[in-house]
Design a protein around this ligand. Structure first.
Ligand code: NAD
Length: 260
């Protein structure tokens, strides 16, 4: 029970990595707010957690909407009495070379990844400061916060941007014992990745097996995918860390794809 009675707002928690973090946090005693665009799926995740003896509520939240973020965080505070942890995790992937990427897709990616991170940080930090109990802000970066790949200009730009935001939040938050860190996973088999395997195969004119072997996992030390549980365990460790010694960092969980 490393997170007993901590209140965690997790965006994009209806699927993939966010869902696994929500379930693991609940097992560690946290009260979790499943904030997602997909309200039905968020409700299902919250239902699973509550059925297993945990505490969770679903909240409809488009992280690009200032009003929905502020309302969602207010609902979290009303239900659970404050916010101790933010996992800014909601994200999408768009695959296209720069010369074919539409401006609308570029803006959509930056809105979800960066506007969403800013809006949720602002709303949760205000509550953390009010609560006076400190806090932990965790951004879902990627190996693409440190490395570039073709076809992912908007994603790579946004994931690099999260490092900057985390460092500023670490500096501004320290006086209130608010820490900010970035988790940078390698490829994880979630709906986000399953969708891009055939897309990358078509763009690169190679087989789907080659996308997995020679694009996604080529630089790892052992040819293995990172798992949602690997990321969730990292998120527990970061949130449970007791002091501001661990702040402003990015933690790679990628089977050695990127070493820093
Ligand atoms: P996923 O597609 O399984 O889940 C993403 C969730 O975000 C979905 O539930 C979706 O409804 C939600 N979402 C999308 N847009 C939203 C919005 N505007 N507001 C609120 N919720 C929204 O994807 P995933 O693989 O679990 O990815 C989660 C995060 O992890 C993303 O930020 C992604 O970039 C990052 N990441 C994923 C991988 C990977 O290999 N899967 C690797 C590194 C980083």
């Amino acid at each position: 029970m490393q997170l007993k009675d901590k209140v965690a707002v997790i965006t994009g928690a209806a699927s993939g990595i966010g869902k696994e973090i929500a379930c693991e946090y609940a097992r560690q005693g946290a009260k979790v707010v499943i904030a997602d665009l997909a309200l039905d799926a968020a409700g299902a995740t919250a239902g699973e957690i509550n059925q297993a003896g945990g505490k969770a509520i679903p909240v409809a939240m488009d992280v690009t909407s200032e009003a929905q973020v502020d309302d969602g965080v207010a609902a979290a505070v009303e239900a659970f009495g404050g916010v101790d942890i933010l996992i800014s995790n909601a994200g999408i992937q768009i695959i296209a070379p720069v010369v074919e990427l539409s401006f609308a897709h570029w803006k959509k990616m930056l809105a979800i990844q960066l506007d969403g991170a800013f809006l949720t940080t602002r709303a949760c930090m205000r509550e953390m400061i009010k609560g006076g109990r400190g806090g932990s802000v965790i951004y879902m970066g990627s190996v693409h916060s440190h490395e570039a790949s073709p076809l992912k200009s908007a994603y790579v730009t946004a994931k690099h941007g999260l490092l900057g935001l985390a460092r500023v939040v670490a500096k501004e938050g320290a006086k209130d014992r608010i820490r900010a860190n970035v988790i940078c996973p390698g490829y994880v088999r979630t709906p986000l990745v399953d969708k891009q395997i055939p897309e990358q195969a078509a763009q690169l004119k190679i087989s789907e097996a080659d996308v997995v072997r020679n694009v996604m996992l080529r630089e790892t030390i052992d040819g293995e995918f990172t798992t949602t549980q690997d990321v969730a365990q990292t998120a527990v460790w970061l949130a449970a860390f007791p002091t501001t010694a661990l702040s402003g960092q990015s933690i790679l969980v990628s089977h050695g794809w990127h070493m820093q």
